[in-house]
Design a binder for this molecule. Structure first.
Ligand code: SF4
Length: 981
């Protein structure tokens, strides 16, 4: 029977009429994503009282009235807009949907956004501050008041600061989810204790971009691209997942070609026009062959290269015998990469040379509409992975597709970080546990080496905080973390700020419950298209009650239990550290309007929105609102669109005072830098010997803004890499991975461990019932040929995966979606809780495990699995799965890249059928072997003491959160060279 199709013309006419009617009432019409424009969201004029029929009351027509309050999702780094539907009768959140006012996410969310309601209503969540009541890890806790917890922690911190033990204080930040608040708190304490998760996440990707542009992330204009080139699962789970995915989808609908390099058949790869499944670690070789094709077919944007590459610096440093002319450079460039033929790339990657040639021609034909990204994936998996990003951007730089429509922007052009009310000075100490001398070029803190540094005796921590972070579970070598977190000599006090139980919190001394995305304040801005916006996360019940005329002075008044938010918590803790102001801390947390009183979140954000977000005060006034009230009502403000090529803009004449120009065109000025409300982080090139600041570059007779690199141009040649001990990697190039076939024994395979699932959150979704129902296991992907060779006969068979330090046992998934010789396992699953911790109802959707420890040998086995259980949520009786996957990261040793500092996640492994007695989820590790691997990788480094060209620890221009004062960049005396080169 032929299905009856709707009459689209008639439907369209009706919808047009509906739209006209909506707009005729003076209401906003938010069209849906389909071509047939039904309204997709409630008009914002009705957000105070939105009426829906109660689906559970069907067939009775029962109306439910809601206030729609915006906030921002915190379940990945995209910061999509959410609308909380707050029931006007119960004043509780009924559900979360998308916020159509948000210019990045445009009302759309992935599964994790609406699942915020699971996190908020999780019957297992932590509602009150807890204090350890037995030895660390024994699982006994007592409920305490916030006063008791904060007084005790503040007293420790104050003592450490008074005794000048600033470097014994550290806050370890997982997902920041905000722009700069925690850094500001640490700066106010005078502590260089910012520790991020970035070196287990994205620093490999960032490093390659930073050496080119002085800015550590790209912002591809996917929607307008002709060719999209992704070295990641970007459409599916990559950076800015949903906002980017929807723009890639639009581009595809408009005919763009999508090229994906991913050894695994990711969901993204299934949508690609060209999917390449290379040998892991060979991606830069493919990029170089494509670059060579662009050069050899003369499709280079030569005028862009002439104006914007630092080719003169390259010729001066590397080819001084040649005439210093662009023609010389063109001739050199034509030979430099000539050896990177398609055959060579094919040899390295295992991809047919004809396929690479086909893709290369697509890229070469993109012109300036070439949008590219490389994030996590290969850049995070391999020794030298940062060269993957450097060679990806090489393609954009050859094509001149930099900050063009459909091209690739530096992220700072599409991000806005408003200046806050107080800006404390940079710290007067240097934290060597995070920024050790062995890694002078590290993109971020060497966070994952912390246990080894503590075990080496390089220092100790008096007070260690983690927030939105779970170091035992997230990092490689988690059992070494467990060893130091249970040793009070090494970590005197561990404070876990977390909304949910996690594998690290079990070893804490204090657990402080902080809120989910609808229970806290933050601002953020991310590069998702060619424009800038500022988003506002807020406690939605606070905003709802304020709409009803109530006054809320403390977010705990509206949050569940005694759940707090970090802003108010940090203000209160800082105040208690320095109650009389003698330490100089309190003033950074004090009201300006009411001197001597504590800053409130209303004043903090009210000042920011009034003074630091251009256009917002006017937009708010047009609606009769204050800027803060506007943000509480809409949750976001778009500042600008179509930034364009900012680097190509002339420097204003009033900034050009007493200028000096170098031989390569870098322009310095004595004029003071204008104060910008936007404090988005970028690199900061150094001043000239006379102290003038870099202001631009001389290009064709004009002084243009340029890039925040030492040369002011795109650095094809990195003088920094050359002068800091790595001259062989100063140009975009190829570094053979630690899992290159030549490094593998005949019976070894490569394990890809870097991919994540689009439906899980790193550490906060273990109890998100909808997400767990969708994704709760992580089998090992094995190609049928390997399965046959290894004796794995069926999907579901147990296999042992042996790493350098131990093994894990997982189920096999036999699939052609993975390259032969490579296996893959998602890092998202394998959540566990310790047997005996049920008293605190810790993580009912996690496996229960027994952990055995004998000297340096550790083993873990599940003693119980997930099962239905009674709780306040009837759905917990309907759990139908028991599998929770395996925690593979425990079996990985640390692999620090000697340049970027990135942990190189890929593993050389042996895979074989499980042994009799093995059980799914088993883990065994010898931490003595972890130590040996750590030492072997440390031997690859070139420490600042031996390579620094100027007696400093680190190039001062490179990005660094909480940059200590300039004098602290000097090498310590025992490492300083008598005569700086
Ligand atoms: S992509 Fe999904 S998880 Fe990430 S912010 Fe958006 S809705 Fe939340």
């Amino acid at each position: 029977m032929t299905p009856e199709l709707p009459d689209l013309d008639a439907l369209g006419t009706r919808v047009s009429a509906a739209r006209a009617a909506t707009e005729g009432r003076g209401e906003t019409f938010y069209p849906g994503a389909s071509g047939i424009h039904l309204a997709a969201f409630p008009p914002r004029e009705r957000w105070d009282d939105w009426v829906e029929l109660d689906s559970r009351a069907w067939p009775a027509r029962v109306e439910r009235h809601s206030m729609l309050v915006p906030t921002t999702c915190f379940n990945c780094e995209s910061a999509c807009g959410l609308l909380a539907y707050v029931d006007r009768e119960t004043l509780q959140v009924r559900k979360f949907e998308g916020n159509p006012e948000h210019p990045g996410s445009r009302g759309r969310n992935c599964a994790k956004g609406p699942s915020t309601i699971n996190q908020v209503t999780d019957p297992d969540r932590i509602l009150y501050p807890l204090k350890r009541a037995a030895a660390r890890g024994e699982g006994l806790w007592e409920r305490v008041s916030w006063d008791e917890a904060l007084d005790a922690i503040a007293a420790r911190l104050r003592k450490a600061l008074e005794e000048k033990r600033h470097n014994e204080i550290m806050i370890h930040i997982g997902r920041p989810g905000e722009d700069g608040y925690t850094e500001r708190v640490l700066a106010s304490w005078g502590v260089d204790g910012h520790n991020s998760h970035t070196n287990v996440c994205s620093s490999g990707g960032r490093t390659g971009f930073q050496f080119w542009t002085g800015i550590d992330r790209p912002s591809p204009d996917y929607a307008h691209a002709k060719v999209i080139y992704l070295v990641s699962a970007h459409l599916e789970t990559g950076h800015y997942f949903n906002p980017h995915a929807q723009r890639i989808t639009e581009a595809r609908a408009n005919g763009a070609k999508v090229i994906v390099l991913d050894t695994r058949l990711s969901n993204t790869a299934t949508h690609a026009d060209h999917w390449l499944s290379p040998q892991p670690g060979s991606e830069a070789a493919i990029n170089l062959a494509i670059a060579q094709h662009i050069i050899s077919t003369d499709r280079v944007n030569w005028d862009f290269v002439r104006r914007w590459w630092n080719w003169e610096e390259y010729l001066d440093a590397c080819r001084p015998e040649l005439e210093r002319s662009f023609a010389s450079f063109q001739a050199v460039l034509r030979t430099l990469y000539a050896s990177w033929t398609f055959d060579v790339a094919a040899q390295e990657s295992g991809i047919d040379s004809s396929t690479i040639a086909e893709v290369a021609d697509v890229v070469a034909g993109a012109g300036t509409r070439f949008a590219c990204h490389s994030w996590r994936s290969a850049a995070a998996g391999n020794l030298g992975g940062w060269q993957v990003s450097r060679t990806v951007f090489f393609l954009a730089a050859l094509l001149g597709a930099v900050a063009t429509e459909g091209g690739t922007f530096p992220n700072a052009y599409n991000k806005f970080v408003p200046r806050p009310i107080h800006t404390p000075a940079h710290p007067g100490v240097w934290q060597e546990l995070s920024w050790p001398l062995e890694f002078p070029l590290a993109q971020n803190e060497m966070s994952f080496l912390l246990p080894h540094f503590l075990l080496d005796g390089r220092g100790r921590l008096d007070t260690y905080f983690s927030r939105v972070y779970n170091p035992v579970w997230t990092n490689p070598d988690g059992l070494s973390w467990m060893e130091v977190l249970t040793d009070e000599e090494k970590v005197g006090c561990y404070v876990a700020l977390t909304p949910t139980w996690n594998e690290s919190a079990y070893f804490a001394d204090w657990i402080l419950p902080t809120g989910h995305s609808s229970e806290r304040h933050d601002t953020h801005s991310y590069e998702q298209y060619d424009g800038q916006w500022v988003g506002f996360r807020q406690p939605v019940l606070r905003a709802a009650r304020e709409r009803l005329g109530e006054t809320v002075t403390d977010t705990r008044q509206v949050n569940p239990g005694e759940v707090w938010e970090e802003n108010e918590l940090w203000i209160e803790l800082s105040w208690r550290i320095d109650p009389d102001g003698a330490l100089g801390i309190r003033r950074h947390h004090e009201s300006r309007a009411r001197p001597g009183e504590k800053l409130t979140v209303d004043e903090y954000y009210g000042w920011m929105f009034e003074n630091s977000v251009p256009g917002l005060p006017e937009a708010a006034a047009a609606q009769g609102l204050t800027p803060l009230a506007y943000m509480r009502r809409y949750g976001v403000y778009e500042i600008t669109r179509d930034q364009g090529a900012l680097f190509d803009r002339p420097v204003p004449a009033d900034e050009l005072t007493d200028t000096a120009v170098t031989a390569t065109g870098r322009v310095f000025t004595a004029a003071p830098a204008p104060t910008s409300p936007n404090i988005v982080p970028t690199a900061s090139p150094p001043p000239d010997p006379s102290g003038r600041r870099p202001v631009g570059v001389a290009v064709d007779g004009a002084v243009l803004t340029g890039f925040p690199t030492p040369s002011g141009r795109l650095e094809f040649y990195s003088s920094t890499l050359a002068s800091w001990g790595w001259p062989e990697h100063a140009l975009p190039g190829y570094i053979r991975s630690h899992v290159h076939p030549d490094e593998l024994a005949p019976d070894q395979l490569v394990l890809l461990s870097t991919f994540r699932l689009p439906t899980q959150i790193h550490t906060r979704s273990a109890n998100s019932k909808w997400l767990d129902e969708i994704s709760h296991t992580n089998p090992v992907w094995i190609h049928p040929r390997d399965a046959t060779r290894l004796g794995v006969s069926r999907t579901g068979d147990l296999v042992r995966v042996e790493t350098e330090i131990g093994y894990f046992v997982a189920k096999a998934w036999i699939t052609e979606g993975i390259r032969p010789g490579v296996v893959a396992c998602s890092h998202h699953m394998g959540r566990w809780k310790l047997d005996g911790h049920d008293a605190v109802s810790a993580g009912s959707m996690m496996a229960t495990v027994r952990l055995h420890h004998d000297g340096t040998g550790w083993s873990m086995r599940a003693s119980d699995h997930v099962r239905p259980y009674e709780s306040t949520d009837p759905d917990t009786r309907r759990i139908w799965w028991s599998d929770t996957g395996v925690h593979q990261n425990l079996t990985f040793p640390v692999h620090p890249d000697p340049i970027s500092g990135m942990h190189c996640w890929h593993q050389a492994v042996r895979v074989r059928p499980a042994e009799p007695g093995d059980s799914h989820g088993d883990v065994a590790v010898d931490t003595a072997r972890s130590r040996a691997v750590y030492r072997a990788w440390m031997a690859r480094t070139r420490p600042a003491g031996s390579v620094s060209p100027d007696g400093s620890r680190r190039p001062s221009w490179l990005m660094r959160p909480l940059k200590p004062r300039p004098e602290l960049f000097a090498l310590p005396d025992e490492h300083a060279r008598p005569e700086p080169r």
